[in-house]
Ligand binder design. Structure first.
Ligand code: GLN
Length: 546
């Protein structure tokens, strides 16, 4: 076992979107499966302090950790692969780095010195990289550096890596460089030049890549590997092929076949052994051999961009495997839904999930969809805004409170069934000020949720400002909708259900953030199961009719 913490830096070259996060997570999985306590960190070169204020169209979903950090979606991959929670320390942006340095300057901590990128910004980066390593909780810290080598905004990070490699020593800090080997169909050839250039750009900053991971659409020949090794100053066995995979969950095994883990461990002076991937491979077998299929509608306003709902889509993969069914997710744009088309757009679905979100755009479509699935007894899961819309739909159509709404959408509604949380009323800043992170929730007995979770007290992650308005609780419950989960301290409603429906659950929190390969989220597992039951019922009705 490692004595000092070892650091692996993952950089990217040639282009973005090569899948650095998945390579980092796959390597971490292989190291974890050999007994090394491993964590992954993401450094993002943009100036936002965190991605919490970013529109999902920018970088996709904002992922939330137990300790309430709003982070890059790659942290979701890290948790899903490793089944170990991440924290505030696992995601750092340039904005955060500058903020700390400027705060120190204002406190006078630099004692009259000129504050500069080198050494002050780079020192702060190095400090942030080593926080996880110095905690004593990890043998290996993998640090993924966002962006592409050569970007102006990445330079301080590359410089920090250069310094750390020097300070920590060759055996304690290595660089895995992910690059693209494009295929030119006109020439019928894979081309190494972009990789050579990108390795050279890295060297101009004084950093030699130790391992090359080459994204490619075709197999790398032996000759091509030799060429890459020769021109890029790496050993031939350190040229790793990363060919396109049908699922991201295949990548750890592909990296194992290529020997990425053993090359990395050898460079770090650590022993390698056969990784224990038994549970991982059991999941893959179930994922790849479904006995049935269900179609679930995902209703949201960012559906054009798959990354906006990354954790939800992955949670369906985990839950599908647990049920041995393939979950086909049909994305439905809430702005294109209304009363006139809900039947044609939703009637074939086996279940409907209404997604989280902010602001008014598309909410009436969500409400029309919820009315339809409620009346048609189609299994429903509402997450955060989706849960709030279910309450509004119920208040409008069952209680007859016609203009019931959330004060987020209509401040002057006469029935604010969803209202700003008391703790939010004095808040004016947008960044990092929501109700964030893990909160306790007590579940009442004899409910869908108590059966799903099999326990009466849970913790789930939140990211919202508005809540179920308890002034309407009695009226709503008297009509039939039940509040079945509460925060024990504040009494905030965290879960609502319809007992007369076959499966109708709305949650104020985000269960998708906690679903992992090793621990598929119980709510998603139960929802997929309900969708399967619904499908079977529909099929038996059709058979009886024929
Ligand atoms: N906009 C809603 C709120 O702030 C819901 C947030 C969400 O769906 N994450 O309460």
């Amino acid at each position: 076992m490692a004595v000092t913490t070892k650091y692996v830096f993952v950089t990217g070259g040639v282009t973005s979107s090569l899948g650095k996060g998945i390579i980092a997570a796959s390597l971490a999985k292989l190291l974890q499966a050999q007994g090394y306590r491993t964590t992954i960190q993401k450094l993002d070169p943009y100036i936002n302090v965190d991605p919490g204020t970013l529109n999902p169209y920018e970088h996709g979903e904002c992922y939330v950790t137990d300790d309430g950090a709003e982070t890059d979606l790659d942290l979701g991959h890290y948790e899903r692969f490793l089944n170990v929670p991440t924290s505030q320390a696992n995601n750092v942006t340039t904005g955060r780095i500058y903020q700390s340095v400027i705060e120190k300057e204002r406190r006078g901590e630099f004692l009259g010195k000129t504050v500069q990128v080198i050494p002050h910004i780079t020192d702060e980066i190095k400090h942030r990289i080593q926080i996880l390593g110095k905690s004593g909780d990890y043998d290996i810290v993998i640090t993924e550096i966002g962006g592409t080598v050569g970007d102006i905004e990445s330079l301080p990070y590359i410089e920090a890596v250069r310094q750390l490699k020097w300070e920590l020593g060759e055996e304690n800090a290595i660089v895995v460089h992910l690059t693209l080997v494009p295929y030119l169909s006109a020439a019928g050839e894979l081309k190494t030049k972009p990789t050579q250039h990108s390795v050279k750009t890295l060297m101009e900053s004084g950093v030699q890549a130790d391992v090359l991971v080459c994204r490619t659409e075709h197999q790398l020949s032996d000759g091509l590997r030799t060429k890459l090794a020769r021109f890029c100053n790496v050993k031939k066995e350190a040229v790793i092929q990363s060919i396109d995979a049908s699922t991201i969950y295949d990548v750890p095994n592909m990296m194992l076949d290529e020997g990425l883990d053993s090359v990395v461990l050898e460079r770090l002076g650590l022993e390698s052994s056969k990784p224990n991937l038994e549970r991982w491979n059991e999941f893959l077998t179930r994922h790849k051999n479904p006995n049935n299929e269900v179609t679930i509608g995902l209703i949201g306003k960012y559906v054009e961009l798959q990354d906006s709902y990354k954790s939800i889509l992955e949670a369906f993969i985990h839950a599908g495997a647990a049920n041995e069914v393939k979950v086909k997710v049909e994305s439905i744009h809430s702005e294109h839904l209304d009363k006139s088309n809900v039947v044609s757009k939703l009637s074939h679905l086996n279940g409907v999930l209404v997604a989280p979100g902010f602001g008014e755009r598309g909410i009436e479509g969500k409400i029309d969809a919820i009315k339809y699935v409620r009346e048609q007894n189609i299994p429903f899961l509402g997450i955060c805004l989706g849960m709030q819309m279910a309450v509004i739909e119920y208040a409008r159509n069952i209680l007859g409170l016609e203009d019931a709404n959330s004060t987020e959408m209509n401040e002057s509604t006469s029935h604010p069934v969803i209202d700003l949380m008391e703790s939010q009323k004095a808040v004016t800043d947008k960044g990092g000020t929501m109700r964030l992170g893990a909160w306790d929730c007590d579940i009442i007995a004899d409910s869908i949720s108590s059966e799903v979770y099999g326990m009466s007290s849970i913790q789930e992650r939140h990211r919202h400002r508005y809540e179920f308005n308890n002034d309407y609780k009695q009226q709503i419950e008297a009509a039939g909708m039940k509040a079945t989960g509460f925060n024990p301290e504040t009494n905030l409603v965290e879960i609502i259900e319809l007992p007369d429906h076959q499966w109708f659950v709305g949650v104020q929190y985000h269960p998708e953030y906690k679903s992992t390969v090793a621990n598929p989220h119980p709510l998603f597992v139960a929802f997929v199961k309900a969708a399967l039951n619904h499908k079977e019922q529909q099929e038996s009705v059709t058979m009886a009719q024929n």
